[in-house]
Design a protein around this ligand. Structure first.
Ligand code: HEM
Length: 396
């Protein structure tokens, strides 16, 4: 198997080898073109905040990065931008995602979680990714932005096509992008003519009041990014967290005994099994050196958040899930100016998803064979998570 194939199949063992032997290593990146993969914690953290690493594709050397080409109305987003544009847009949207605002969403998120668990009934077996982990963030982010109920399923199909492309359907990602563009154009036009009490209507009102702050493409791209980022990673973190708990029953027991440990446990779960294996690709704006290796200007740099989070130089016994450790400083949500905008929401959703599940089901155990990870160099998430659950404690 080539290195890319090995990384997709067994990321953590390959990261371990790379951290030890080739901490800045040339690989075929997510689009198949050459890239530098960085795996040690100190190097990754420093690089995340290094202004010489740009997110703007204009800084990719000719003939290198191919990536996914998005239409301008989806591409002018924070993950393709450097200051000063990034600073301007981040300031514009930042107010919507402060921890205080997110606190107010906690009660409605719990209501949604309970409603999804009501649908499962008091006992049975199910795929918890499909029935719970995927539904909760979709509902939360769509409620927040004001996406109508009848379009939410479409949205999930499109995101899947983008995040885990199906090699047997090479056109699927392009078709998904086309469908999403139409969807966002219609949604913004609709909210503009009939504003409601949601984030999207607020963003439109502010933009229309002062067009210098945000162009129309930037507005559409921002909504696109918030929906995708707000959905995809959160599904995977919730699914990965439940899986990790089932694989580590002694840690699960600690949480059941003392639910006040949940916020710290979510940090450790994000460190241990975070959904973003890689940060967004970056391009060197000048020749630069990382851990003694020269990266020429214009080449692509991939920073492995998951390899950094399992670096034994930073976290002792990194392959052990341990709720007694201080996981602060993990890089699962990034670092520097691109630190996850939705971090308070991601944390709140994951905490609430776990709290509701554990409170309602004293018996929760894996059902069937070990679940499969989705084949991706970039995203860590389960295809499905079959479990057996019961509202009564198991007598076995
Ligand atoms: C568990 C869930 C999540 C994880 C693991 C996650 C992870 C990340 C990471 C690693 C980055 C930095 C990318 C980089 O610098 O290369 C990022 C940025 C971002 N995230 Fe999240 N995210 C999550 C949830 C969310 C949610 C719920 C939202 C929105 C509601 C969101 C919106 C964003 C946005 C807009 C950015 C770009 C910020 C910028 O460029 O200034 N994320 N996220």
């Amino acid at each position: 198997m080539d290195l890319q194939g090995e990384l997709t199949a067994h990321p953590y063992s390959v990261y371990e080898r790379l951290r030890d032997t080739a901490p800045v290593c040339r690989i075929a990146g997510t689009d198949g073109t050459p890239a530098w993969l960085v795996t040690r914690y100190d190097d990754v953290r420093e690089a995340l905040a290094d202004p010489r690493l740009s997110l703007d594709k204009a800084n990719a050397a000719e003939g290198t990065y191919r990536g996914l080409s998005l239409p301008p109305a989806l591409d002018a987003n924070l993950l393709n931008m450097d200051p000063p544009d990034h600073t301007r847009i981040r300031k514009f949207v930042g107010r919507a995602f402060t921890p205080r605002r997110i606190e107010k969403l906690r009660a409605p998120i719990r209501v949604t979680a309970d409603r999804l668990l009501d649908a499962l009934g008091p006992a049975g077996s199910t795929d918890l990714v499909g029935a719970y982990a995927a539904k909760l963030p979709m509902t939360v982010i769509c409620d927040l932005l004001g996406v109508p109920e009848d379009r939410r399923l479409d949205f999930r199909v499109w995101t899947d096509a983008l995040v885990v492309p199906d090699p047997s359907r090479p056109q699927a990602a392009k078709e998904a992008v086309g469908a999403m563009l139409v969807f966002f154009l219609e949604l913004v036009a609709h909210k503009r003519s009939s504003p409601t009490d949601d984030l999207l209507s607020d963003l439109i009102a502010v933009r229309d009041g002062d067009g210098d702050r945000l162009s129309e493409d930037e507005l559409l791209s921002l909504v696109f990014l918030i929906l995708i980022a707000g959905y995809e990673n959160t599904v995977q973190l919730i699914g990965n967290a439940i899986h990790a708990l089932l694989q580590n029953p002694e840690q699960l027991a600690l949480l059941r005994e003392d639910p006040s440990r949940l916020p710290a446990a979510v940090e450790e779960l994000a460190r241990y099994e975070g959904p973003a294996l890689l940060a967004i690709r970056r391009f060197a704006v000048e020749d630069l050196t990382i851990a003694g290796v020269t990266v020429p200007a214009g080449e692509t740099v991939l920073l492995s958040l998951s390899a950094a989070n399992r670096d034994p130089e930073r976290f002792a016994r990194p392959d052990v899930l341990d709720f007694d450790r201080d996981a602060a400083g993990h890089l699962a949500l990034g670092h520097g100016i691109h630190y996850c905008l939705g971090a308070p929401l991601a944390r709140a959703e994951t905490e609430i998803a776990l709290a509701a599940l554990l409170e309602r089901y004293p018996t929760l155990e894996p059902a069937g064979p070990a679940p499969r990870w989705r084949p991706s160099l970039r995203a860590r998430g389960l295809e499905e998570l079959p479990v057996r659950y019961a509202a009564e404690r198991s007598t076995d």
